[in-house]
Design a protein around this ligand. Structure first.
Ligand SMILES: CC(C)(COP(=O)(O)OP(=O)(O)OC[C@H]1O[C@@H](n2cnc3c(N)ncnc32)[C@H](O)[C@@H]1OP(=O)(O)O)[C@@H](O)C(=O)NCCC(=O)NCCS
Length: 380
């Protein structure tokens, strides 16, 4: 019988999960049964706890969890030396992938996949990722890396380590929201990569490094940077419409930040970030990017409806203007996605290792068969 090919594995289930549920037709997203809109009331740290433990923490549990994170804050000296060796212009996602793999070398027990050891590695990566991104940014600006202020929490400390100032409550709240919205999203490409890597029973660092590489692509986490580069190239709001029309006129033309494999209505995370961006835009000198985004959304809605397509803004679309208004350099947008998503990747590794099945799909061979071998001396 001819096999059915599911290109891009669209519509294929490969495991069960209790971490995250998505209803793409209704625009709903749940972490452990909680609606993402309700979870915006929580901190990112509470959400990490929820993803890993299945329950929102009590205040006591949260305090203990934050205390458990503290010893993991310092970046190992040799990893810091690696950052200093990298040539100027290194893509921060390449740095993060290399550092994620290198952290295994400074861990006495990287290979054990029992729940306690995995949780310890998760605690480390959840703080190492923001520290690495902030430290890398300061080093390339010619500034000294800063000691973390763990009492600020994950979002606040990241902004502090990046900018050298304790963030305003408003900035901290915005980044907190962005981090928790990016933390988890089912079997997206990078989480699938993390789980299928782990399915070989490789170590968690290797699986996470593989996931970072997958997130970098512009069809996945790299879309937020692509959105901002597009907005920068357009320049002014009056040129947005022509940009959209020119892009859609190209064969397979894609306007970055629109469309989703699962959502057929507005991604609920995109809607939340649009509101956050609107609030920031009221007092930001970079509000132009948000207004251009709204214009792009308007033109895309008209054009896609005319083509009978349901293509809405996704999470990456409004995160681009939010990060711009927070003063974050464009090439850190995707690393920030990784800073958040590492908690979701780890939640999935807990599940994958606990009930492992080697991931090994098939590709249908369409090449030639039975070709006669010709020794090299006789090949002309
Ligand atoms: C996310 C994405 C990869 C989903 O891909 P997918 O499920 O394979 O869907 P497709 O790319 O096949 O899109 C189906 C149709 O929707 C339309 N479409 C989807 N996304 C579009 C976009 N960003 N711009 C213009 N048209 C789009 C096209 O008409 C396409 O039909 P076509 O292939 O005949 O041109 C895709 O929407 C995309 O490339 N978006 C831009 C990158 C992005 O923002 N990625 C972040 C995702 S969170």
């Amino acid at each position: 019988m001819e096999p059915t090919i599911h290109y891009g594995l669209a519509g294929v289930y490969f495991a069960e999960t209790e971490i995250c549920g998505i209803n793409g037709d209704r625009g709903e997203l749940f972490y452990r049964g909680y609606d993402i809109r309700d979870l915006t009331e929580a901190t990112y740290t509470e959400v990490v706890y929820l993803l890993w433990h299945g329950e929102l923490p009590t205040q006591r549990q949260l305090d203990d969890f934050r205390a458990e994170l503290v010893p993991h804050y310092p970046i190992p000296d040799k990893v810091l030396e690696l950052l200093l060796c990298l040539p100027p212009g290194t893509d921060p996602m390449h740095m993060l992938q290399a550092a994620a793999a290198m952290l295994a070398a400074f861990d006495d027990n990287p290979d054990e996949i029992d729940p306690d050891n995995l949780r310890r590695i998760g605690l480390s990566l959840v703080v190492q990722f923001p520290n690495l991104v902030a430290t890398f940014e300061r080093l390339r600006r010619g500034e000294q890396p800063l000691e973390p202020k763990s009492e600020l929490g994950l979002a606040g400390n990241f902004l502090y380590m990046l900018n050298g100032e304790v963030p305003t409550p408003a900035a901290e709240r915005v980044l907190n929201t962005a981090l928790l919205l990016h933390a988890e999203h089912g079997s997206n490409a990078s989480t699938f990569v993390a789980r299928s890597s782990a399915s070989t029973l490789t170590d968690a660092y290797s699986a996470i490094a593989a996931a970072v590489g997958s997130l970098k692509g512009p069809l996945h986490g790299g879309a937020n940077e692509a959105v901002m580069r597009a907005l920068e190239s357009i320049g002014t709001i009056d040129k947005v419409e022509q940009y959209v029309l020119d892009t859609l006129a190209k064969p397979k033309g894609r306007v970055m930040g629109f469309g989703h494999r699962v959502y057929k209505v507005l991604d609920p995370r995109g809607a939340i970030l649009r509101d956050v961006a609107a609030e920031l835009a009221e007092s930001s000198s970079e509000a132009e990017y948000f207004h251009m985004s709204l214009e792009m959304e308007r033109v895309m809605e008209r054009e896609m409806t005319a083509r009978g397509r349901q293509v809405k803004p996704n999470l990456d679309f409004f995160s681009a203007s939010v990060y711009r208004m927070l003063g974050i350099p464009v090439d850190l947008y995707t690393p920030i996605f990784a800073v958040a998503r590492v908690s979701g990747w780890m939640a999935h590794l807990f599940e994958q290792y606990a009930d492992n099945h080697l991931v090994r799909p098939l590709v249908k061979y369409q090449g030639e068969r039975g070709r006669p071998f010709v020794p090299i001396a006789k090949r002309g």
